[in-house]
Design a protein around this ligand. Structure first.
Ligand code: PEP
Ligand code: MG
Length: 774
């Protein structure tokens, strides 16, 4: 089908000539230009605000123009007025929600009333002397998604305000917002503005994806670009810029549609909806009118966004409210097209203590940020087994997910405390909270020191059973943890992570260097190199795979490798070359049948033969082959599988996902099925028994291994080799050193015969009663 949307947009603007909006638009433009001159003029911020209200009253013919500014405690204070008593300035205050002014702020929407005083929400304030003024029109002054104040005009006579007049006042408010949000008014009147720590604190509850405490400043992932100019120098040019941005937005959406052409599912629906919104005439016309009135294209887009947000947030229908987020996203994209660049992760402008705030985030996007500055991650969505959570764990930063309304409550650079232990987030915390958390952080670092002290103590249970603790890693910053934690080796090296952080595919030489470095640092300790596990939510920026309906069940990991042997063989070649005669442990992810393992082994043999031909000295006996057990079909091929491998490692994250048909990345599935449920534990027990019988070493490298309670259960099932994020080693070691394993194993065996949803409560009780430190 030909694309008609962009043509429709062009068509609808064909008739537009500047000045085209007639007398009204011309007047509005003149007023904005004058306002801009006042704003840019000399004098204090207060004196400029005084001039502004005078100018607005004169130009609009109103008897009154007043500006209320938001102060701490959600109080609106009269900051300047033309027409009301001057003595009321800085005295009259209304709470948000109180009176008509408070109502405008509470709902972020305009009010226009011919007879304001008879309105039920009218709050009489005698000191202002507003008795003679019958009609009132007010609009919110907004920056980003937050109301910063209210701009009001009043007339003596009863008059109905035209829609155009409301829009003009909204345009004016966009310009006034610049002054109010600039922070200059703050010094004289101690008002609280953008990023000011004393704006009302908010506490958000979510779920913890990684424990830990952090204090830092908010950085919004893909924030609304900052508007540098609100009043246009050349409206005709602004309109042209807007048209060009709309066109490029449309062609970007069409590109997205082309990519999803074969997908019938949700992703295509979403993009179709996007396309529909992007061609919405009402939306486009409102922006165009705002530009004709003298705003820059960016200011016009955001002005209309404020309005849409206010209107849509009144809706109770959950589906329609969701659409509000689509509009937010679309606005964001349009602003990025206007800016002609991608605004994500511009590191030069970011603070040193980043608390990253996002709706959802891919693992590669998290790695775009400078990890030395990253303190914590907060998500509106997100779930525990998602890969971004795994990366965050590797970075050892607290993560709280599923925080409702996060993006509407947080402004850039807001101070934030993230409590990853309890899943709480404090936005703009008060001094007391800051002090309390600083103290907790000190205690935590004490605990870390304690863990560090355990480094040289053996990982042996209270009754003398030795356990091997290994690391999961994938980034070079992880490697020093081998020394600092005293881990026995790397149980899972996720090779896709170095691939994900690069902008181009690493060739064989680059890969050799990478793997060589890992083996060098490991200095003889075993390293399980897992071959690329891409697909599902782990995509490579330079590898455009077709979107799939069901990516977790689709073309991922070795399934890609077997279909694209060149990629797989290059990786195996690089590993073999990096080993330089040392032991090489290759581990294949997502194996579903023994036949796949045979094909993988065949490719490995081909590479060994190739290197022999080229004169390399590769010792076949030093190459160990392992398989991740994470697809349940393998459970019925265990004897054949175990006869062909040197080791196995249980990927409990995927195993749980496939066992229960439960998407590990779906927030609504969090807690639905538990890894400590009898079916999962029985599967693990059977695996341990089969591996013991075949005398094949078994480890667990899924997230279960790094959580003290889950690790206790694994030990009870007979697992003796655990691989986990470096930050988990201390807590797991503390747990096992306090555990009498024989007693617990017997207890667990019996408990597993029951059929509760989960054994978690009784295992916790066991630990409590038997002094196991969790
Ligand atoms: C797993 O599935 O448990 C695992 C360790 O692999 P990943 O989380 O990388 O899929
Ligand atoms: Mg896996």
């Amino acid at each position: 089908m030909p694309d008609t949307a962009a043509a429709t947009v062009r068509e609808s603007f064909k008739s537009v000539k500047i000045p085209s909006g007639g007398l009204h638009a011309a007047m509005a433009r003149r007023l904005l230009t004058r306002l801009r001159d006042v704003m840019a003029g000399s004098g204090s911020a207060q004196s400029r605000l005084d001039k502004i209200v005078t100018l607005i009253a004169a130009e609009t013919g109103a008897d009154v123009c007043s500006c209320y500014v938001m102060r701490a405690g959600e109080v609106l204070e009269l900051f300047a007025t033309r027409g009301l008593n001057q003595s009321a300035v800085h005295k009259t205050r209304l709470r948000v929600g109180e009176g008509l002014v408070g109502d405008i702020a509470a709902h972020a929407r305009p009010v226009a009333l011919a007879n304001a005083q008879s309105h039920p929400n009218f709050a009489y304030r005698p000191e202002t002397g507003e008795d003679p003024f019958q009609s009132l029109m007010g609009v919110p002054i907004m920056r980003g998604s937050r109301v910063r104040g209210v701009l009001v005009i009043q007339h003596k006579e009863r008059r109905a305000y035209a829609e155009e007049e409301v829009e003009t006042l909204q345009n004016i408010a966009m310009v006034v917002a610049e002054l109010v949000a600039a922070g200059e008014l703050a010094s004289s009147q101690e008002i609280l503005l953008s990023g000011d720590p004393v704006l009302l604190p908010s506490r958000l509850s979510g779920i913890s994806l990684n424990p830990g405490l952090a204090i830092g400043r908010a950085v919004l992932h893909r924030p609304l670009p900052t508007i540098r100019q609100t009043v246009a120098d050349n409206p005709a040019l602004e309109l042209q810029r807007f048209l060009a941005a709309i066109e490029s937005l449309h062609s970007a959406i069409n590109d997205l549609l082309a990519i999803t052409a074969n997908a019938n599912g949700e992703s295509r629906d979403i993009i179709e909806t996007y396309k529909m919104f992007a061609a919405d005439r009402g939306w486009l016309n409102r922006i165009r009118e705002a530009i004709e009135s003298g705003l820059t294209a960016e200011a016009a887009v955001q002005r209309v966004q404020n309005e849409t947000r206010a209107r849509m947030s009144q809706l109770t229908d959950a589906y329609l409210r969701e659409r509000l987020l689509d509009f937010e996203d679309l606005t964001n994209r349009l602003l990025q097209h206007l800016a002609g660049k991608d605004t994500a992760a511009e590191s030069g402008t970011l603070p040193d203590d980043i608390v990253l705030v996002a709706r959802s985030l891919g693992p590669a996007e998290l790695l775009d940020y400078d990890r030395r500055r990253l303190r914590a991650l907060i998500l509106e969505e997100g779930s525990p087994a998602s890969h971004v959570a795994i990366i965050a764990r590797a970075l050892d930063i607290p993560v709280v997910a599923q925080c409702a309304d996060l993006l509407t409550l947080v402004d850039p650079l807001d101070p934030i405390i993230v409590d990853g232990d309890s899943g709480q987030v404090l936005v703009r915390p008060g001094d007391d909270a800051q002090a309390a958390y600083t103290q907790s952080m000190a205690l935590k670092s004490e605990r870390k020191k304690l863990y560090a002290g355990l480094r040289d103590l053996p990982a042996v249970t209270a009754d003398g059973v030795a356990v091997s603790l290994h690391l999961n890693c994938g980034m070079s910053i992880d490697l020093p943890y081998l020394e600092s934690t005293g881990a026995k080796g790397i149980g899972l090296y996720r090779t896709e992570i170095p691939f994900m952080v690069r902008s181009t595919y690493p060739d064989v030489a680059a890969q050799v260097e990478l793997y060589k470095r890992v083996l060098d640092v490991a200095a003889g300790r075993p390293v399980n190199f897992r071959t690329l596990d891409i697909g599902a939510d782990k995509s490579l920026p330079y590898f455009a795979a077709e979107p799939q309906e069901n990516p977790a069940l689709g073309w991922r990991a070795i399934r890609m490798g077997l279909d694209r042997p060149a990629m797989l063989r290059q990786q195996l070649r690089a590993m073999l070359m990096a080993a330089e005669g040392r032991e090489l442990r290759v581990m294949f992810p997502m194996v579903s049948e023994v036949a796949e393992l045979m094909s993988l082994g065949h490719f490995l043999d081909l590479e060994i033969a190739r290197l022999h031909r080229k004169g390399y000295d590769v010792d076949r006996a030093a190459v160990k082959v392992g398989v991740m057990v994470e697809v349940p079909s393998l459970l019925w091929q265990l004897p054949e599988l175990l006869a062909r491998v040197d080791f196995i490692s249980i990927g409990s994250n995927d195993l749980l996902q496939y066992l229960f048909a439960c998407d590990r990345g779906d927030a609504r599935m969090t807690g639905r099925f538990d890894s400590l449920s009898p079916p999962m534990l029985r599967v693990l027990r059977d695996l341990v028994r089969a591996a013991d019988k075949a005398k094949i070493p078994l480890s667990v490298c899924g997230e279960m291994a790094g959580k003290p309670l889950e690790a206790m259960a694994l030990l009870g099932l007979g697992v003796r080799n655990l691989s986990m994020a470096p930050s988990a080693i201390g807590a797991v070691k503390t747990m096992l050193r306090s555990l009498d394993l024989a007693g617990f194993s017997a207890y667990l065996e019996e408990a597993m015969e029951g059929h509760p949803h989960s054994l978690r409560p009784i295992l916790n009780a066991f630990a409590r009663d038997h002094g196991v430190v969790l």
